[in-house]
Each structure stands twice: as C-alpha cells, then as structure tokens.
Design a protein around this ligand. Structure first.
Ligand SMILES: [Zn+2]
Length: 450
C-alpha cells in the first residue's frame, strides 16, 4: 500500500486510487520561454520516480504534463528578438525535451499545449461567469474567491493571512486581492483568441484545471508540482474546479526546493547555471541519484561537490554491475520487500538507496568469498531496485571500451579459458601499459581506467 503526503490534508495517507491498479498523474510542466533551470529537473525526476515505481508495482500509469506556450515571458522574448511567439515557444520546447531525454525522464503520455485548449478554457470561464462566480473588469475576467468554499486549503493559511500577504496591485477593480484572472483582455499586438469578453487569452491557472480534467477525468489520482506551485497556482486550479462543483484531484503532491550553494548562482564558483550546463559537465544519471538520495519533500543541494559524490556512487554501482554481469540469480524477495516498505512510506528513497548500496557491499563481499550464488542473487536484487527507480546501471555510453582495449580483454579471456597463462599475462601487461586496471571476476576480465 503506497502512502504519500497529501498537501490538502497535511498528512501522509494511503493513495487510494480511483480505479485499482491505475494511476492518473498530472504534473505542471514548463513555460517555454527559456532553457530549463536546475529546479525544473528535480520536479520532473520526482514524478518520474513515482511513475516508474508505480509501473514497477504493475500499475497502469497515465501521465499528463502541460506545456505553457503562451504567456507574458514568451510574448516579451518574441518582441525583444523580433520573432513570433510560436517560434520562441517551439524553440524552447525542443530544448526542454532534449534535456528531459538526457535526464532519462519518461515522456508523459499526454502533453497538452495551452494554445490548443483555448476554446475549452473559454467554456470554463463562461460557465463560472454564468454562475455568478466570476466578474468582468476593464482588463479581464476574475474569479470571485470569496464565493469558493474552503479557498486557501493548499496554502494551509487563514484567508486573513493570505489577504495580508497578497501583492498590492494597481488593479483596484478587483473585489479582493486574492481574486485571480481567468481571462486577460488583449493588449495591442498580443496573440489573442475570441471570447464573449472580447479578444484575449486565458489566465495561467485556468490551463491546468481544464487540461487535467479533460485528459484524466474527474477525481483523478495525483496532481504534482514543485512546492512553489501550491499557492496560488494549485489553489487557484482547485478553486475553479470547486466553484464548478467538480471533483478535482484525490491527492496533492509537492516536491521540495533546490538549493544552489551559497546565496546566488555564480559561474566563478563553478556552480551549474542551467540544467544543460549540468548535463554537459556531469554523468547524466547523477541528478537522478541526487534526487533519490534526498526525500522528495526536503530541499536538495545541487553543487559540483554533491554531483561529484553522486558520480562516485554511480561508479561503484557500475563496477558492481559489470562484475556481476555474467552471474545468474533471482532477486532476494526479502530485500525487495524491504525496498517496497521504504518506497511505500511516502517514497522514502533515501532509505531505498541506502539499501541498494548495502546490497552492493554485500554482493562485493560474496564475490570476494567466491560465493557466486549469493552474488548472483544480490546482483539481481540490485538490478530490480535500480530499474524500479529508473537508474541505469553498467556505465553510460561513454564508458564503452575503445576497440583495442576490448580486443585485449577478449584475448585475455580466451587465453584464461584455455589456461594459456603466458598469453593471459601478456594481454594484462598490455592493458596496464595502456593505463587500465585489470580485475578478474566470475564474469571474466573487467577493466577500468587507472
Ligand atoms: Zn499547472
């Protein structure tokens, strides 16, 4: 039984699926006006781990994540660069998917774009206005949050506190500072669509509520995002569903912050400036391991030191995977049960990763003792756990051996199996001369750079 923290109730509780064995998951996606930053990757990987674990449990997952392809930032960039909004959005969406692929994140099953959903958003705003829950001003249409029961639930603050903290805006036509825009009337030269209130475009908060209900249906299972989205974005999505009398989502999940060393990002500190910078400089699996080694609700630090530690851990895993590649075995059910207990406890991935590395130590000991049966079982367990959380083992592509080295390894293996020790030693000496460390394992000769 998977238990997850629910922001709406403030407690860890069972994820009671709408339909047994089927998980519907909506995650807020990017606004595509710039390259992805370090924080985006954490959110994506958090829900990628949840999705992969659910699939590993045998659940059927439907995962939707939107692309916001119209907004002020996109319009500003297009104006600045003398391009159209669709050109800007298409460019940065392509960069986004390239980065997500490099991170090893599974592509969502549905990727709704805001611009494809405008007519449906107009329908929703019309319905809210018809019910007297929204009102028109000179610059748009706003939701009257005073008419929404329980407004402020996700913020976990009183309405008075929320009102006090709300930004004071120039717009004095709003009935309350908490009211938010559903439809923005177009300014000159902005992209716009027709509506009963004249040409304009939808507000951001309307996007996700319309898309998630359309693609996943009422009462879908999990709505996720970074904790910065709790309020006002998710609260405002929720408010629209509540106002329309719709059952929205069963479980709200929010992941923690990314802390970048010190007070600010600085190239001179060697810190990562963007996600692409990270992916260019570090093993692409390192970010996933960093996410896994922290609890998803806590903060993580993404610094060169933390990344280097993750890379060292990956090398340890890879070495173990290579050394046990030829061993047969079934996973140790007891250890897999331990893994499930950790994951089911609000995705306690730090505990799951501690278990994984304990298994590697145990497996290495078994290899040292010549206990191939135990080493094989441990290796199968390690592979199963790694698969469940999306960690690829055995080294990334750039770990492939150069042809001359692969040749020498094959020569040494052949010599050893025909007990030609002189030839085996000669191959080893050549490998060492080329700068490789040579190990004999049950699966044959293994080399790594010295
Ligand atoms: Zn959203």
């Amino acid at each position: 039984m998977l238990r997850l923290h629910d922001t709406a109730t403030g407690e860890v509780r069972e994820l009671a699926l709408r339909e047994p064995g089927k998980l519907s998951l909506y995650v807020c996606g990017p606004t595509v006006y710039d390259v992805p930053h370090i924080g985006h990757a954490r959110s994506v990987l958090t829900y990628d781990v949840l999705r992969r674990y659910a699939q590993w449990l045998g659940w059927e997952v439907t995962h939707a994540a939107n692309i916001t392809d119209v907004d002020d930032n996109i319009i500003n960039r297009a104006n600045r660069e003398g391009r159209t909004e669709p050109e800007v959005a298409a460019e940065y969406e392509a960069v986004w998917w390239d980065a997500m692929d490099r991170l090893g994140a599974l592509r969502p099953n549905h990727v709704p774009h805001a611009t494809e959903y405008v007519p449906r958003m107009v329908e929703l705003v019309t319905e809210l206005a018809d019910r007297g829950l929204a009102y028109e001003t000179s610059d748009g249409v706003y939701l009257d949050t005073s008419k929404v029961e329980g407004y402020g639930l996700l913020a976990q603050q009183s309405l008075d506190d929320l009102r006090a903290g709300a930004r004071v805006e120039a717009n004095d036509e709003k009935r309350s500072p908490l009211d938010f825009v559903l439809w923005k009337k177009a300014k000159p030269d902005e992209p716009s669509w027709p509506s009963p209130w004249g040409d304009g475009r939808p507000g951001w908060h309307t996007e996700c509520v319309v898309m998630s209900l359309d693609l996943l249906g009422e009462g879908f299972d999990v709505h996720g995002g970074g904790q910065d989205l709790k309020f006002p974005h998710h609260e405002n999505e929720r408010a629209q569903a509540v106002a329309l009398g719709k059952t929205f989502v069963r479980h709200w999940v929010h992941n923690g912050w990314v802390v970048v060393e010190g007070t600010k990002m600085s190239k001179s500190l060697g810190n990562f400036t963007t996600l692409l910078d990270f992916l260019d400089r570090v093993d692409r699996r390192a970010y996933r391991l960093m996410v896994l080694q922290a609890h998803y609700r806590g903060p993580i630090e993404v610094t060169p030191d933390v990344a280097a530690a993750a890379e060292a851990s990956l090398r340890r895993l890879d070495e173990f995977a290579r050394n046990t590649a030829g061993l047969a075995g079934e996973p140790d059910e007891e250890r897999l049960a331990d893994f499930r207990v950790a994951m089911d406890d609000d995705l306690d991935t730090p505990r799951a990763m501690a278990l994984l590395f304990t298994l590697v130590t145990e497996g290495n000991r078994a290899i040292g003792e010549g206990d191939e049966a135990r080493a094989g079982a441990v290796a199968a367990t390690v592979r199963a756990i790694a698969e469940a959380v999306g960690l690829e083992l055995g080294g990334s592509d750039d770990d492939e051996l150069p042809p001359d080295v692969a040749d020498l390894v094959a020569r040494r293996d052949a010599a050893r199996s025909s007990k030609d020790w002189a030839a085996a030693d000669a191959a080893r000496d050549e490998l060492v001369a080329l700068g490789w460390l040579v190990e004999d394992t049950p699966a044959g000769t293994r080399v790594r750079r010295s």
